[in-house]
Design a protein around this ligand. Structure first.
Ligand code: SF4
Length: 427
């Protein structure tokens, strides 16, 4: 099964490569394609391969019911073409019956218990209409996981031994639930989770500048909120933000970053930026670079603008040549590398907590790794000497950045040493 993405043309290209590789590596397998690309490109993907079956992302919850059906079927049918045809007709029948598949949140939470750090999807879809965005077309309007159900699921993760959970969603600032007649937003939900659990820490997958409210900052000051904030900023130019149909301006980004810095000790702050949106001049791009510098970000996820079918930006005038878009994204990457090295240097010699990563099947005997509370991916110096199980929490001392690896966009960013275990019952 491949869960696909449609955010850029390149993402779709990578998906098609993954399909081809999977089909070539497993000649007797059936490939189930789901997710956002399967939602918007179902027609195109239907003829990809006789062994490929498309399950649009809006019906992905149906996967929950599939294993027992497939188990029975595979007992009777070993031919992949027969199984693919069976699956196609099953999904067509299910679609035609008008029966709703299990909802947007059916697949989240405890399915992630095999990971060192868990995640919980609390929101899906989006009610905004950003000019470049194809994701909202695939995901539909915003909907949220019920607040008490979210608390219960996080409690379950904590009881299963998880030390932190990342709350995820397409647009977390649209999180809305109700409790006892009052509305619960993202900050309200996080407060309910903190009250309803003992020690599990919370991280947010991505925030929009407008979601950094005074209430959110009061919450962020809680030591159980990870000092790591990823902001979906996209541009530092007011003119470009307006053309993108974003609901904030540059000053709103600066305010959000200042507020997060006031709430936390030197947090890791990252921006998402689109380079070369239609109409973006050298001057506009300079404002974006300036914003990243002024906010002293620790990282930038830079994407060259990708004109996506069905979005307003496709027909906007002032298309920036592809070479310029790529060059601007590369300049942002160089800035990001320099900023991350500077951020890690600022932490040299300081202590921070980290979650030990589980050893990888692909690299047994590899170095011990951890992800710190402020989202630095570290290699732990020297043999641990004691048992530090994956998922366990330790106090670390940051020794310094791994500059070559950061430059290659590698997964290891710093060297660190373990000071002590923070997980109950270990060591
Ligand atoms: S806010 Fe995010 S998800 Fe919503 S339309 Fe804009 S880019 Fe897409």
């Amino acid at each position: 099964m491949v869960n696909t993405c449609t955010v850029t043309g390149k993402a779709e290209q990578k998906c098609r490569r993954a399909f081809r590789q999977a089909l070539a590596a497993h000649p007797n397998a059936v490939l189930l394609i789901t997710g956002c690309y399967a939602e918007l490109g179902a027609g195109e993907l239907a003829s990809f391969d006789p062994r490929a079956v498309v399950l649009p992302g809006s019906r992905k919850g149906f996967l929950r019911d599939l294993p027992p059906i497939l188990r029975d079927r595979l007992g009777a049918e070993a031919d992949p073409l027969g199984t693919a045809a069976f699956l196609r007709s099953l999904l067509a029948r299910q679609g035609a019956s008008g029966e709703n598949p299990p909802g947007a949140f059916a697949l989240s939470t405890d399915s992630f218990l095999a990971h060192s750090r868990s995640s919980l999807k609390i929101q899906d879809g989006c009610d905004n209409a950003c000019a470049f965005c194809r994701v909202r077309l695939a995901r539909g309007p915003s909907r949220s996981l019920d607040a008490m159900e979210a608390v219960e699921r996080v409690r379950g993760l904590e009881q299963a031994g998880q030390r932190e959970v990342t709350l995820t969603g397409v647009n977390l600032s649209h999180y809305r639930s109700a409790l006892g007649g009052r509305a619960v937003d993202l900050a309200g939900l996080a407060n309910l989770i903190l009250e309803g659990t003992e020690s599990i820490a919370l991280r947010f997958s991505s925030l929009y500048p407008e979601s950094v409210t005074p209430e959110f900052c009061a919450l962020a000051a809680n030591p159980r909120i990870r000092p790591h904030f990823h902001l979906s900023v996209q541009s530092g130019s007011d003119k470009v933000l307006k053309a993108m149909n974003r609901p904030y301006r540059r000053s709103g980004v600066v305010r959000a970053v200042d507020a997060l810095r006031a709430a936390k000790d030197d947090p890791f702050i990252a921006f998402d930026i689109i380079a070369g949106f239609p109409g973006e001049t050298d001057g506009d791009f300079g404002e974006t670079l300036g914003l990243c510098e002024d906010c002293a970000v620790a990282w930038v996820h830079a994407f060259p603008f990708s004109p996506r079918p069905g979005t307003a930006a496709v027909s906007l005038p002032g298309r920036v040549p592809e070479g310029v878009r790529t060059a601007r994204a590369a300049e942002l990457f160089r800035l990001a590398v320099r900023r991350k090295i500077a951020y890690i240097r600022g932490w040299e010699g300081r202590r921070v907590s980290g979650i030990i990563e589980r050893p990888r099947e692909s690299a047994p005997g590899g170095p011990l790794r951890a992800v710190t509370a402020n989202f630095i991916h570290v290699i732990l110096d020297g043999p641990p000497g004691r048992a530090f199980p994956g998922g366990g929490e330790v106090s670390l001392r940051i020794l310094g950045p791994l500059e070559e690896s950061i430059l290659r966009n590698g997964e290891s960013e710093a060297l660190a040493e373990i000071c002590e275990s923070l997980s109950p019952g270990t060591c």
